[in-house]
Design a binder for this molecule. Structure first.
Ligand code: ITT
Length: 193
């Protein structure tokens, strides 16, 4: 079975393709399809936004779709950046702009700066909708470390580790991440359909 992954984020696509590798499911991203549609995420929750992405892309292709809406929730910032994680510093900002904004907001506050990544994964085929969640708990640090991953990975240390996710190998992140959790759960449910 082919599933279209409704994302423009190459990092997410690589992670989810690895989760479905060696299964009968082939993941095709919007990038693979040459589609650079900009979907307006006007929902107020990860769940709403994930379904907006899935439904928008389903309506174009009429084929089964996967979507992910994810982000970072920082305790001392009352859950921000949350659903605004991709565009926290400004519309069309870089990952580094967002990281520097978070560092700036947290640097005067006492440690530890507890936070969690959240992923909502959705499958939609026009009839069935399946939704799963994953979380990764940890803390923010006040400098960017490492080269791997994307987004807030250089300033996030998962609980039980002393290195940022950007210092993890790809396979290591894909064993413990919020997205690994949500999509592994989704994968199990898909095979029950
Ligand atoms: P699509 O909507 O096209 O899937 P996006 O990057 O805009 O791509 P989201 O709207 O779900 O995705 O925003 C997620 C943002 O949250 C992402 O841009 C990062 O800033 C952050 N984020 C999510 N997962 C992350 C991860 O595994 N590591 C680091 N940052 C992450």
């Amino acid at each position: 079975m082919k599933l279209i992954f409704a994302t423009q984020n190459i990092g997410k696509a690589k992670e989810v393709k690895a989760i479905f590798a060696n299964t009968s499911i082939e993941i095709v991203s919007l990038y693979d399809l040459g589609n650079n549609i900009d979907i307006e995420e006007h929902g107020s929750t990860f769940s709403e936004n994930a379904f907006i992405k899935a439904k928008t892309v389903y309506d174009i292709y009429r084929e089964p779709v996967l979507a992910d809406d994810s982000g970072l929730s920082i305790d001392q910032l009352d859950g921000r950046p949350g659903v605004y994680s991709a565009r926290y510093a400004a519309e069309n900002c870089t990952y580094e702009d967002n990281n520097l904004k978070v560092i700036n907001e947290l640097k005067e506050l006492p440690e530890p700066h507890k936070a969690k990544f959240i992923s909502c994964a959705v499958f939609y085929d026009g009839k069935n909708k399946i939704e799963t969640f994953g979380e990764l708990h940890g803390r923010m640090i006040m400098e960017q470390r490492g080269k791997n991953g994307f987004g807030y990975d250089p300033i996030f240390i998962p609980d039980g580790y002393e290195k940022t996710i950007s210092e993890f190998e790809f396979e290591e992140k894909n064993r413990i991440s919020h997205r690994a959790m949500s999509f592994n759960l989704l994968k199990e449910k898909l095979f029950d359909l």
